[in-house]
Design a protein around this ligand. Structure first.
Ligand SMILES: NC(=O)c1ccc[n+]([C@@H]2O[C@H](COP(=O)([O-])OP(=O)(O)OC[C@H]3O[C@@H](n4cnc5c(N)ncnc54)[C@H](OP(=O)(O)O)[C@@H]3O)[C@@H](O)[C@H]2O)c1
Length: 346
């Protein structure tokens, strides 16, 4: 990313106080960036400020709710004023409700949509206000394999993630139409070991868990940092994300049935859920768990990722190779036939 030499590059991360957002803030700090931090909880934000300073970044923190467009715009304006612009904006904040659709209230659907979908819209609008006049900058949308393939018991969240994808695709075409140099990238994540599973609202009878295999947030953050630099159209992280996305393109009906049989069990442990535990849907659970959830013993600190464009190149190359082989075989067969005819004539 080209930046004036005298100025440190600047990133803003929403949902920066825990989980993936916390690890992303740490990763940018490791590279010496100014790191704008957005979350609601003061305690988690204070922990992230300490991390960013310790790792060599410069923190600038804001207690704000991404569902409030005005508050998000004020953050963007303050960061741009203080740091001399915004190079990267990472839309990451999320909330969810674990419950069957028929046990989820319209108000809960609205709230998840306002944070998990509209929070990304608000962040994008705020960032564009500074990036478009400067004709530079990258907006990273933290997505999920569930943006392509919804699973049971998480309709609020899956629908919001699919909406983000729809929003990003429209905006990308508009920016291309305007010949803008502002770049968008959407990163589709697999299951990650974050605190989400201990503070998301849930009506399920047993404790939550991410559908394994589970990856550490730092492994994801390294890919997010790279995506902010390279801005692939999308980056699919981890084999499970690839399988879910491609599987849904090829055999969606079979996956409906598979998830009906195995999905419920995959999202819960065997441990009974704690009754009336606090959740973060409307207010933060104002603690500082850091980036990790309770799955350290099962989480992997390395994960491969690829731009799905390579898949298309791969398929095109395989088809080209198959066509070339057939052409070669047909020509060889024709030559052989001709040789045999000549032999018969002679
Ligand atoms: N964990 C996974 O398995 C997984 C899988 C695929 C994709 N992802 C994606 O990764 C991203 C982060 O998920 P995570 O698992 O790290 O979540 P998490 O552990 O629950 O952390 C959520 C972060 O968002 C903040 N936040 C929540 N509501 C907010 C609001 N209204 N305004 C501002 N900040 C808010 C939280 O802080 P406060 O509560 O203090 O505001 C916290 O910093 C999400 O986009 C999610 O879709 C995660």
């Amino acid at each position: 990313m080209p930046t004036p030499i005298s100025r440190r590059p600047t990133v803003v991360v929403s949902g920066a106080s825990a989980g993936v957002g916390r690890a992303v803030a740490q990763e940018f700090a490791r590279h010496g960036w100014n790191v704008g931090l957005i979350a609601r909880g003061e305690v988690g934000l204070a922990g992230t400020i300490r991390d960013v300073e310790r790792l060599g970044g410069r923190p600038i923190a804001f207690a704000a709710d991404v569902a409030d467009p005005q508050a998000v715009q004020e953050v963007a304006d303050a960061v741009a004023r203080t740091c001399g612009g915004i190079d990267v904006w990472v839309n990451n904040a999320m909330v969810t409700v674990y419950a069957p659709v028929q046990e989820t209230s319209p108000e809960e659907f609205r709230r998840v949509t306002e944070v998990t979908y509209l929070g990304q819209v608000h962040g994008t609008l705020a960032a564009l206000k500074h990036m478009v006049p400067a004709d530079r900058g990258t907006i990273v949308h933290i997505g999920s394999a569930l943006a392509y393939r919804s699973i049971p018991l998480q309709a609020t969240y899956c629908a919001a993630k699919a909406a983000v994808r729809g929003f990003v695709d429209s905006l990308r075409s508009e920016l291309l139409h305007d010949h803008s140099k502002v770049r968008l990238t959407m990163v589709q994540l697999p299951a990650v070991n974050t605190p989400q599973f201990d503070w998301a609202r849930s009506r399920l009878p047993r404790k939550l868990e991410p559908v394994p295999p589970i990856y550490q947030p730092e492994a994801i953050a390294r890919h997010v940092f790279r995506a902010a630099h390279d801005a692939p159209r999308e980056l699919w992280i981890g084999g499970p994300a690839w399988k879910a996305i491609l599987g849904n393109m090829l055999i969606p009906g079979w996956i409906d049935g598979y998830l009906a049989r195995h999905g419920y069990r995959g999202e819960m442990t065997n441990v009974r859920a704690q009754a009336n535990r606090p959740d973060n849907l409307y207010e933060p659970v104002d603690t500082d768990p850091g980036a990790h959830g309770r799955f350290d013993s099962r989480a992997t600190n390395h994960v491969a990722a690829a731009d799905p464009r390579w898949l298309k190149f791969g398929i095109a190359a395989a088809l080209g190779l198959a066509a070339g082989t057939m052409l070669f075989a047909t020509e060889a067969h024709g030559r052989e036939e001709g040789r045999r005819r000549r032999l018969r004539r002679d």
